[in-house]
Design a protein around this ligand. Structure first.
Ligand SMILES: Cc1cc2nc3c(=O)[nH]c(=O)nc-3n(C[C@H](O)[C@H](O)[C@H](O)COP(=O)(O)O)c2cc1C
Length: 135
């Protein structure tokens, strides 16, 4: 069963920009290696993440992420099973966007969600836009 978890959190103020860049790089490489899809956005002291993939892997990863001292105030927004019938053709990747985020990458992520995750697309669009407007 495929699964989706999404949350927002506050970055630990001790983190430097370099620390954040390193974290984003690690997440990008690791998630693409283990087949987790979704997005991690960092902006102005907050993270927004959508994690999608096999239920066990998503839940285990979220448990690990929750214990990470590099952020706090973790507020879960989505925690649901995903309809996986269209996933056989789903060749997505994990996207990482930091302060100098690219609108194109964000739009590409949202387009993919619309096609392959239609049941949660509206929530994801709403949450992403809210997050961006908070900035
Ligand atoms: C906001 C945030 C999001 C993270 N997202 C991921 C993620 O999607 N995938 C990942 O492998 N690690 C992620 N991490 C890092 C993990 O918490 C953890 O440090 C990493 O998996 C390495 O764990 P290990 O040292 O036990 O191997 C994230 C950390 C933070 C602070």
């Amino acid at each position: 069963m495929r699964y989706i978890i999404s949350y927002v959190s506050t970055v630990n103020p001790d983190l430097s920009n370099t620390d954040i860049a390193k974290l984003m790089d690690h997440v990008n490489v690791h998630n693409n290696t283990i087949g987790l899809t979704g997005i991690l956005i960092y902006s102005e002291g907050n993270f927004f993440q959508v994690l999608e993939g096999e239920e066990e892997i998503v839940k285990r990863m979220f448990e690990r992420i929750k214990k990470d001292s590099r952020h706090y105030n973790i507020i879960k927004m989505l925690d649901k099973e995903m309809n996986d019938h269209s996933f056989s053709e789903y060749h997505s990747s994990f996207t990482v966007i930091s302060d100098h985020y690219s609108q194109t990458e964000l739009q590409e992520f949202l387009n993919k969600e619309k096609d392959y995750n239609p049941e949660h697309y509206k929530s994801i669009l709403y949450l992403t836009q809210k997050f961006m407007k908070l900035l």
